[in-house]
Design a protein around this ligand. Structure first.
Ligand SMILES: [Zn+2]
Length: 270
């Protein structure tokens, strides 16, 4: 299957290729759930809260230089009634503010320069993967991923580790950057990894922003997480192993049937 921007996020592409978000979707340590992942891949289930995804698309369209097209294709981002009729809805106005913050920082614009939304596929750990790099600068030795986050300094609760984590660990960004670096290296036949960067802009008012890079140790550590879990993920995705329900996610909640009545002491504190 040949990937392009139109079919990259399709069900067919997800069945054919592994991606970092699909991989994390199988792992409880990233709030993944095998049962939900399999229901999504079969087309039986779609996750709620599409809004956050659309806002990410808006910022990525800016980075790609296609924001004018995006606005033309999405009339729903404009207010349709009242005194603000015809203006961007307030959450999109705020996205413009976030974009301004990035545009006004020369170092950020240097990191985000290069080819945009570059799709690369390669085999890793015996299966085909797909990645899409937001900003790709092989001649400078780096690539970058653009993230819009609630805040940078916050702490995120990990149900799996029963501890607070920073956003890098919580969202598995080092793992994502490691896979991107390795897939790009394999595809190009380059001997060294490109240095992965992420550019973060927060949804705060005023927005905060940061640029972070990952070194080779981080790439090694990220690939080790994939190595440790990939055989199970492959077995479940191929149908060789039964998917386990996490009983915590949106899908498990939506399809829950009680098997027994809990003793009150069984309830988790967390
Ligand atoms: Zn679940």
């Amino acid at each position: 299957m040949k990937l392009n921007k139109d079919n990259y996020f399709s069900l067919e592409a997800n069945r054919h290729y592994m991606s970092v978000s699909q991989f994390k979707g199988f792992l409880p340590s990233y709030e993944g759930c095998e049962a939900r992942s399999m229901a999504e891949l079969s087309g039986e289930y779609e996750r709620p809260n599409k809004g956050a995804f659309d806002e990410g698309h808006y910022i990525h369209a800016w980075n790609e230089g296609t924001l004018a097209d995006y606005k033309a294709d999405h009339p729903e981002i404009y207010s349709s009634q009242g005194p603000t009729k015809g203006q961007l809805k307030s959450n999109y106005k705020h996205l413009n503010k976030m974009i301004d913050v990035l545009m006004n920082d020369p170092l950020v614009m240097k990191v985000l320069a290069g080819q945009k939304e570059v799709i690369i596929t390669a085999e890793l750990f015996g299966i085909k993967w797909k990645i899409m790099i937001d900003s790709y600068q092989p001649s400078v030795g780096l690539f970058a991923d653009l993230k819009a986050l609630k805040d940078i300094d916050g702490k995120w609760w990990s149900n799996d580790a029963k501890a607070y984590e920073n956003f890098i660990d919580h969202y598995g960004y080092a793992l994502q950057m490691a896979v991107y670096a390795e897939i790009e290296k394999r595809k190009t036949g380059r001997e060294e990894w490109l240095l992965p960067h992420i550019v973060i802009v927060t949804k705060q008012d005023p927005p905060d922003h940061e640029s972070i890079y990952f070194d080779y140790d981080a790439i090694e550590a990220g690939l080790q997480i994939v190595r440790n879990n990939i055989e199970r993920v492959k077995a479940v995705k191929s149908g060789a192993a039964e998917p386990v329900r996490c009983e915590r996610c949106d899908y498990c909640r939506a399809t829950k049937k009680l098997k027994h009545i809990k003793h009150y002491g069984e309830l988790a504190v967390y």
